[in-house]
Design a protein around this ligand. Structure first.
Ligand code: PXP
Length: 246
């Protein structure tokens, strides 16, 4: 069974740093600790309002990381220029609203087809793999394929947020169906948003998903047990769930 990659999102290390200004805690140090704890990649989202990750963080991550950097970005000219300047391993296109607390929904790849196409082509033309963060929805999957994306990252937030068993199963079924379609379309399949120790196993058991991107829960848990322990525990839960497939 294929290794399930863990991408650690370090945005909220920067959130804590920015609460006081200054340089502590350092997102690059967190990224290097994450790598030592078993992360396969690092994700950072440079938002238009720079509320957490700053331009300098992206520069330092791109210069110093030895594992792949997944640059999360809105489809704007400003972000495209920054991506082309630093050549991250991958760029994950996400919708961005100024007033939202976090990324609230997936990208409307179907509705925004014409607008997205030029960004995807420019990134891919510069050897940056392109991922689209979308809902596990057939229409969006078809659009991702038509747009020539390399990867889809399925938004699993709704699955993580529901508490009722029936509703959670319904969300899980949508994710399972979308992951199967990704395979059929030749799209690499990732998943993320809202994952915790309690919600990760059923997602890790979906064989065609090859990467999970996890941030907020790990940084929060690090307050209690340390970042290294939090990441190792998540890694362990993912590996155990995956091993059950073999
Ligand atoms: N994937 C994408 C595309 C995201 O926007 C986020 C949140 O920034 C994550 C994964 C990680 O979500 P969380 O911080 O809830 O684990």
């Amino acid at each position: 069974m294929k290794h399930l990659r863990l991408g650690v999102n370090i945005d909220h290390v920067a959130t804590i740093r920015n609460a006081r200004g200054g340089v502590h805690p350092d997102p690059l140090r967190a990224a290097q600790m994450a790598e030592a704890a078993g992360a396969d990649g690092i994700t950072a989202h440079l938002r238009e309002d720079r509320r957490h990750i700053a331009d300098k963080d992206i520069e330092l991550l791109a210069e110093n990381l030895t594992i792949p950097l997944n640059f999360e970005m809105a489809a704007t000219d400003e972000m495209l220029d920054i991506a082309l300047k630093h050549s991250p391993h991958a760029a994950c296109l996400v919708p961005e609203k100024r007033e939202e607390r976090t990324t609230e929904g997936g990208l409307d790849a179907a509705g925004g087809h014409n607008m997205l196409k030029s960004y995807i082509d420019a990134l891919r033309g510069n050897d940056i793999r392109v991922s689209l963060f979308i809902e596990p929805d057939l229409k969006q999957m078809e659009a991702a394929k038509r747009l020539g994306a390399d990867i889809v990252e399925l938004h699993v937030g709704p699955y993580c947020d529901v508490v009722s068993g029936d509703l959670r199963q319904r969300e899980l079924d949508r994710i399972l169906a979308a992951a199967a379609v990704a395979d059929e379309y030749g799209l690499e399949c990732h998943a993320g948003h809202g994952l915790t120790y309690d919600t990760v196993a059923p997602i890790a058991k979906i064989p065609n998903i090859v990467e999970l991107n996890i941030g907020h829960f790990l940084i929060g848990e690090a307050i209690f047990v340390g970042l290294d322990t939090a990441i190792r525990e998540m890694r362990d839960l993912m590996d155990k769930a995956r091993a059950e497939l073999a």
